[in-house]
Write a protein that binds this ligand. Structure first.
Ligand SMILES: C[S@@+](CC[C@H](N)C(=O)[O-])C[C@H]1O[C@@H](n2cnc3c(N)ncnc32)[C@H](O)[C@@H]1O
Length: 272
């Protein structure tokens, strides 16, 4: 049974009254909690190139409880959400909390566009993107094979034919060079252990004029009940995207708790 909530993200959830629980049930809950906590730590994926580890744009320090102790442009990178938290990504309340249909509509994709959902998880956004590009292609990228397996099952159940599953690495989304018109990252970028390498690769995969859509919980807003490392400020996101040569186009404010940020690779499709 998968845990129904993502324990790291809801610091203010009331705790259960443990004194009333029978011993066996308490033991079972303990095991579930430990499994969920372990799931937040990524089982070691393909090791990144050694050069990436010693890159000058990263610093290390003692990790905070939700972080990996690695700092990029002043921001500590968060731990990866493990696949055992998958059910949290499919919670019903997400429809009103994150307005996924509005997000994919706001991307204004051509029906034949090629688009990547990077850090796709269970495919919550990738499957919606697939409807937006009936004559195009969606690359659903994740580093956890378990997430890809869940997407594979759902794709078959729903008969969706225009989503390609891609097992990326922590440094490389394995996208075709200059092969995509847009990339979407929802609640994922802050987890990238190698954000600079990932973004360099994403920029290389974008066609001139291609767009990056970055959706992150608003770091500036103390009312958003998400732990700090799982949020981003707009200023921080803009700095990190500028570092890889992306231009900020706009930030739309239609989401209840998240930024919807749009960036663009310089050039126009005619340069392709
Ligand atoms: C919190 S989940 C969000 C999933 C999905 N975007 C959604 O909104 O439902 C973050 C996902 O990013 C993935 N991830 C973390 N680092 C990654 C990387 N470097 N490349 C691709 N995926 C990554 C994790 O495995 C996880 O599935």
């Amino acid at each position: 049974m998968l845990p129904d909530v993502r324990p790291d993200l809801r610091p203010d959830r009331p705790g259960a009254d443990r004194r009333r629980l029978p011993t066996l049930l308490r033991a079972a809950l303990c095991i579930t909690a430990l499994t969920a906590a372990a799931a937040l730590l990524l089982p070691s994926a393909v090791p990144p190139p050694a050069a990436a580890d010693s890159a000058p744009w990263y610093e290390t320090r003692a990790p905070t409880p939700d972080g990996i102790g690695k700092v990029y442009m002043g921001r500590e990178i968060s731990q990866v959400m493990g696949h055992l938290g998958a059910r949290w990504l499919e919670r019903v309340s997400r429809l009103r909390e994150e307005l996924p249909e509005r997000v994919v509509t706001a991307m204004d994709l051509a029906p034949d566009a090629a688009v990547a959902d990077i850090g796709a998880g269970t495919g919550y956004f990738a499957f919606r993107l697939a409807e937006q590009v009936p004559e195009g292609r969606v690359y659903a990228v994740d580093i956890q094979p378990e997430m890809l397996a869940m997407m594979r099952t759902r794709l078959a159940e729903r008969g969706i034919g225009n989503v390609e599953l891609v097992l990326g690495t922590e440094t490389d989304p394995k996208l075709p060079p200059a092969g995509i018109d847009a990339a979407l990252m929802v609640d994922a970028y802050h987890e990238f252990a190698y954000p600079r390498e990932m973004m360099d690769a994403i920029v290389a995969a974008l066609r001139p004029g291609g767009r990056v859509f970055l959706v992150e919980y608003r770091g500036e807003d103390p009312r958003v009940p998400i732990k700090p490392l799982h949020k981003m400020t707009e200023a921080q996101a803009r700095r990190e995207m500028a570092a890889v040569g992306l231009e900020h186009v706009e930030t739309q404010g239609f989401l209840p708790s998240q930024h919807f940020m749009v960036f663009q690779k310089p050039g126009s499709p005619a340069d392709d």
